[in-house]
Design a protein around this ligand. Sequence first.
Ligand code: PLP
Length: 393
Amino acid sequence: MRPDPLAFLDAELDALRSQGLHRSLRILEGRQQATAEFDHRSVVNLSSNNYLGLTTHPRLIERAIAAIREFGVGSGSVRTIAGTMVIHMELERRLATFKHTEAVVVFQSGFAANAGTVSAILNKEDVIISDALNHASIIDGCRLSRAAIKVFPHKDVDAARKILRDLPPDQRKLLITDGVFSMDGDLGSLPALCDAAEEFGCIMMVDDAHASGVFGRNGRGTVDHFNMHGRVDIQVGTLSKAMAALGGYVAGSASLIDFLYHRARPFLFSTSHPPSVAATCIAALDVLEQEPEIIDRLWDNTRFFKRGLETLGFNTGLSESPITPVIVGEGSRAMKLSDRLFEEGVFAQGIAYPTVARDKARVRTIVTAAHTKDELQFALDKFKLVGTELGLI
Ligand SMILES: Cc1ncc(COP(=O)(O)O)c(C=O)c1O
């Protein structure tokens, strides 16, 4: 028998086990909702990105079913061959109107939108100036572009300016930040970065994955929240989180979108969404526009839960969004906290290196509009119980 050429993977997995960092996937039985059944246990769910509870909204479900009846279950092709359906175009038009931009292109995921866009518009002669905590999909897009990557410390606009000052004025450059940072829940320094982008002639790009449906009027994102309309050249949003379905999009000028139609590799080389996904996203936009009280509920729950964790004495970092980390330090401690909470009926994912710094492991909580105050209070009571037991508070 030939030796297994992948045997080294077992050693890697053993190392993860010995550090207490090996995870098995939690299996969701039934619907993604505020209290849900994971691994045969009913738990208050603080781990989904279903910010507005739309995964089970009747309007979205009905639109998805209607689209399947009308268009079938698959698009059958990439967008650039036979896979552009009228419903894909309708979604892009709706999103462009919503974002107040000339045009929008939808990708199969937010990851594909970031990686596909950055790698399409830049090449090895260019420079990317990127926040240290930007999402993995941005980092991968930067690497794929082969541009020089200059990382500035998290939210340190002065450091970004220093990098920009040292570059030749005619250098093509991209300044890029997350709108909401997914592990800490804080906001990118968008206004100050827009100032710097204008001063130094950069392309300005924001990844609003966690801001879509959450920040700005009717959930239009951080560009709207900070009133930066017209100052951000490339806005990425996701359809996978608050919008409840799947996908990512780029909003910007008509030329940018036309260029991405021709050069963004996930757009060119990967099959487009099933029509039911596009229909679900259109229905989610209807909800954002017609039922904004859902967003108010999300923020009311966010304030309640954040205050509760802070009052208990947990280190919740600098979050400004419905993502609230409970930072505990070492990876194995975060995993222990997460596991004990789960046994007590609360699902809050433990997150450790390499997703976050080695000494900043945490349990990440995300509340949604669909949680009741009773569910959130139950979760706070369990945080108190387990936090005391583990000596965290
Ligand atoms: C900041 C950020 N950008 C992009 C993405 C990717 O979005 P999607 O899940 O739609 O691929 C995520 C999701 O995990 C994210 O947190």
